[in-house]
Design a binder for this molecule. Structure first.
Ligand code: ATP
Ligand code: MG
Length: 230
């Protein structure tokens, strides 16, 4: 079992092949100190999602290892590992049900107060209250009651409620209006506070806010440093 993690993450010389002889990662080393925010950037197919797949143990590395607080993640149960990791994906998962249920998904025993608190913290409360039935508004998996930006804010509220030590965020590429964009940036800063995070970043504003930027190309790191250094 993984002790309540501090959130130190080390990707130690990762090599990974989905198919023999075609490495998707060719020796990637990244160290994230507890609470740091790491932006992963690079062209399509450069290996960003693959690194995240290895952190969640959807696959195990061909060579190298992933350590959380010094422990090889292969030495802990999947349940223990994944309970420490929150994932916010680009194509935010909304299921059919109320807004309240959608946020509660992050912590099934959350109280209504906790749900509102999380929504307020990520600036989602106002738009929720403006909906027909507020938190009881029914949304559909593929419906369009919610804009992309609103879906993103809901997924932030959900992740905040789950309170993981480590957060993976695959940032949406869809264009969002400037006001929503600003709200999302603020919400993101709230969500990231006190967690180690890996963001597959598409927005310059996100990249600028991160502690370290890792630039990948064809499975190798080609640049690594802070926004000022690069
Ligand atoms: P994007 O910006 O498009 O999301 P990415 O940087 O996340 O790209 P990866 O998904 O990590 O890129 O892909 C890295 C390499 O591994 C690519 O060459 C890709 O074709 C290959 N790859 C990814 N997933 C699989 C898979 N499930 N099976 C086989 N090859 C895969
Ligand atoms: Mg990807």
């Amino acid at each position: 079992k993984l002790a309540e993690a501090n959130g130190h993450v080390l990707f130690d010389n990762l090599v990974f092949e989905y198919e023999a002889g075609r490495p998707a990662l060719k020796g990637v080393t990244i160290e994230a100190k507890p609470g740091q925010s790491i932006a992963l950037v690079g062209h399509t197919g450069s290996g960003k999602s693959t690194i995240m797949n290895l952190l969640c143990r959807f696959y195990d590395p061909t060579e190298g290892r992933v350590l959380i607080d010094g422990t090889d993640i292969r030495d802990v149960s999947l349940e223990s590992l994944r309970s420490q990791i929150g994932i916010v994906l680009q194509d935010t998962f909304i299921f059919s049900g109320t807004i309240r249920d959608n946020i509660r998904f992050g912590k099934l025993n959350a109280t209504d107060e906790e749900i509102v608190e999380a929504a307020k913290a990520v600036h989602a409360h106002d738009f929720i209250m403006s909906l027909k039935d507020g938190y009881d508004t029914e949304v559909q998996e593929r419906g369009n009651v919610l804009s992309m930006g609103q879906r993103q804010l809901l997924s932030f509220a959900r992740a905040l409620l789950a309170n993981p030590r480590i957060l993976i965020l695959d940032e949406a590429t869809a264009s969002i209006d400037t006001e929503t964009e600003l709200r999302i940036q603020k919400a993101l800063q709230t969500l990231l506070k006190g967690r180690t995070s890996f963001i597959v970043a598409h927005r310059l504003s996100t990249i600028r806010h991160s502690d370290m930027i890792v630039v990948l190309d064809h499975g190798s790191i080609v640049e690594q440093g802070s926004h000022d250094e690069l």
